[in-house]
Design a protein around this ligand. Sequence first.
Ligand SMILES: [Zn+2]
Length: 282
Amino acid sequence: MKSPIRIVLAGGCALGLLSAPAAAWAEQPAAAAPKPAATAKPTAKPTAKPKPVDCTKVKCIALTFDDGPGKYADKLLATLKKHDAKATFFLEGQYVKSRPKLAKQIVDAGHDIGNHSYSHPKFTETSIDEIREELQKTQDIVKKVTGRYPTTIRPPYGLLDDDTKTVAAEMKMPIILWNGGSRDWATRNEKAIYDEVLKNAKRDGVILMHDWVAQTVTVMPKLLTELKKQGYHLVAVSSLPGAKALKPAEVFPVSAAADKDLSTDSPTGDPDDFAESPADDS
Ligand SMILES: [Zn+2]
């Protein structure tokens, strides 16, 4: 029976069984992504690896993209590369299956990948067995397609309960939420997305976006230019100072678990919200 107690983005993660060592996700080596020669220092060797960004010393922000690979992922990847930006993609198993090339491109470009379930159910309304199956099926298809396992979980709609945490602990993966939305899926408007992200941008913030929203991808060059102008370094979540040694089932960012129902930042599950979802042309 499903527990009547639902934890929706509430509180910490003080499960007694969480004493296992930190997941290896923070140690995951970044794929080789040499800086373009044009941005390299004149003295740098052409083959020199870019220096990792130290977010304890510089201002960082992590853009995250859910439900992908979305149908505009290739355009987004090109923009991120041009701006020397890293991001985190929370992949949905069914779209990894239908868009394997894009999933591979994401990994090969050195971005972080996380597990966003296989078919996007609300984990607060599914059994623990279904949660386990949704996540494991996605682990398997991502590994098969990209050669790498996702190392974090973002539950659909940011909804989680004790069962979700139990499975995350079993799979030795932390849970990544967000503390700034873009409402891109709702507004589908470049200016609105741009304004919302800049309003929510803060040092070490985690921003939720979707690479199946066309306007998110088309406004990205302008948005990245402005964020960089404001001094931000665009990094994957695993580069943020608080995300270095997360324990299995630990929820990050901590502020996301506090007092706001983040599911209002995420599509509600109403089919209308997904009118432009990757399913359209899969
Ligand atoms: Zn989602």
